[in-house]
Design a protein around this ligand. Structure first.
Ligand code: PEP
Length: 263
């Protein structure tokens, strides 16, 4: 089944108002003419307004504007009320955000987010008609202990066993081995493909149709030099990109590599 690739930039805790405006404008120029790949950016939520305004300005190509969707790096499970510091699905929708990253290893590690809590975020996003980008992946120690598949299965099961396989209709999974994030040490295309095939197969145990359509991105030190080879793999449907998403030319090379590989 042909799946439309998705390349998403996770800007993490980087940027400023000026940086956001400049990077979005540069991305619009660099991505002009791209039609065969969905693209999203997740700036810090502080700068969603700047990003939205820059995407909607007509100084550059209006066609490019349409292919860059807005996203967020996190969301809370609550919609409103006494939850200091949190951000709701409705607030994200107010800025036109669509793709929402949940379960990133940095949140699992630094904010102690559990599989169960992440499944609740997944449910909140589905309820709000937003697209969950569910990050899963093993640590280096788990990898060396041969636990990669068991870890990924457990992280997927938290959603599958509470919401059912249909929740993955229209959703995105990002396989991000923790040892590859920000380290410059990407998984090889063959390593990543093996895990992506396992993830798709795990969902297929519940529903083949859902498994066939779900977008599975690879994330972990993807850059302009290694992206094309990763995208040759049949179950790698795009990338979640950290560091390289902060430089428009590198990010554009990754997007265009996905477009070409999946044409
Ligand atoms: C990420 O944070 O999702 C990520 C993949 O980072 P990097 O590309 O920098 O490894």
């Amino acid at each position: 089944m042909a799946r439309r690739p998705l390349v998403m930039g996770n800007w993490k805790l980087n940027g400023s108002k000026a940086f956001t405006k400049a990077l979005v404008e540069e991305l619009k120029r660099e991505l002009d003419g791209v039609t065969g790949c969905d693209v999203a950016i997740a700036p810090p939520v502080m700068y969603l307004a700047e990003a939205e305004a820059a995407l909607n300005s007509c100084e550059c190509s209006c066609q490019t504007k349409q292919i860059i969707a807005l996203g967020s790096q996190n969301v809370d499970v609550n919609v409103s009320g006494a939850f200091t510091g949190d951000i709701s699905t409705e607030m994200l929708k107010d800025f036109g955000a669509k793709y929402i990253i949940i379960g990133h290893s940095e949140r699992r590690t630094y904010h102690k987010e559990s599989d169960e809590f992440i499944a609740k975020k997944f449910a909140a996003l589905k309820q709000a008609d937003l697209v969950p980008v569910l990050c899963i992946g093993e640590t280096e120690a788990e990898n060396e202990a041969g636990q990669t598949e068991a870890v990924c299965a457990k992280q997927l099961d938290a959603v599958l066993n509470t919401l059912g396989a249909d929740a993955f209709n229209g959703a995105v999974i990002a396989y991000e081995p923790v040892w590859a994030i920000g380290t410059g040490k990407s998984a090889t295309p063959a390593q990543a493909q093996a895990v992506h095939a396992f993830i798709r197969g795990h969902i297929a145990k519940h529903s083949q149709a859902v498994a066939d359509q779900v977008i599975i991105q690879y994330g972990g030190s993807v850059n302009d030099a290694n992206a094309a080879e990763l995208f040759t793999q049949p179950d790698i449907d795009g990338a979640l990109v950290g560091g390289a998403s902060l430089k428009a030319p590198a990010f554009a090379v990754i997007v265009k590599a996905a477009e070409k590989a999946k044409a």
